[in-house]
Ligand binder design. Sequence first.
Ligand SMILES: [Mg+2]
Length: 237
Amino acid sequence: MSRQEKRVNAPARNAANIEIIAFDVDGTLVSHPEQLVIWELLNRRFTGDARLSHRRYLDYAAGKFDYATWVALDVGDWIAAGATREQILEEVRRLRAVPGASEVLERLRGRGYRLAVISGTIDIVLNEFFPAHPFEAVFTNRILFDSGGRLSGWEATPYDMDGKVNALADLAQRAGVPLAACAFVGDHVNDVAVAREAGFSIAFNPKAPEIEAAADVVVRSERLEAVAAYFPGRARR
Ligand SMILES: [Mg+2]
């Protein structure tokens, strides 16, 4: 279905009845000067191969292995390299919170929205940049450390890629609202499915034409405030 057909045939979607806003993390709430994500930074650090993430993405996309295996390959390599929490945090700190992000999240909460994260990031990134935890629900990958601070394990999220839709549907069900009352904000190809299914979606600084086409609105900005403008206050029921 072309972009034009979608615009003609789909019912108009807008932010008027949104109650839950779910965010992607890498590229949406945090960014990197060269647009690297945490997986690329950690693969580069612990394998010395800056292209490994891209090759594994292509293999994943070609169906050579599933998402959980992809996570296991990456984290397994970091464990084999003896990765520690401190080393991982050094790489995490090459990222930065998108300017205005914490303030915008607080403002949206103040306007009555329930906030969530549905992301392929790693929990340590969210904990570093959003220690106030303004989210009611968080769906991310997790990494585990032993008592000496060495990386020792992981839990792969089932909610990245097309699985992001399941997380949003789960949030809607738990809150007792329709999926149409859930918005999503993301930036890349792993956000396309959820952007299509959400009641309203924003492509924030999009990195791929697919997410631009799937989202209701495209926002390009150095700061997150431009996103908040679409959510003036939760609908009264
Ligand atoms: Mg992203």
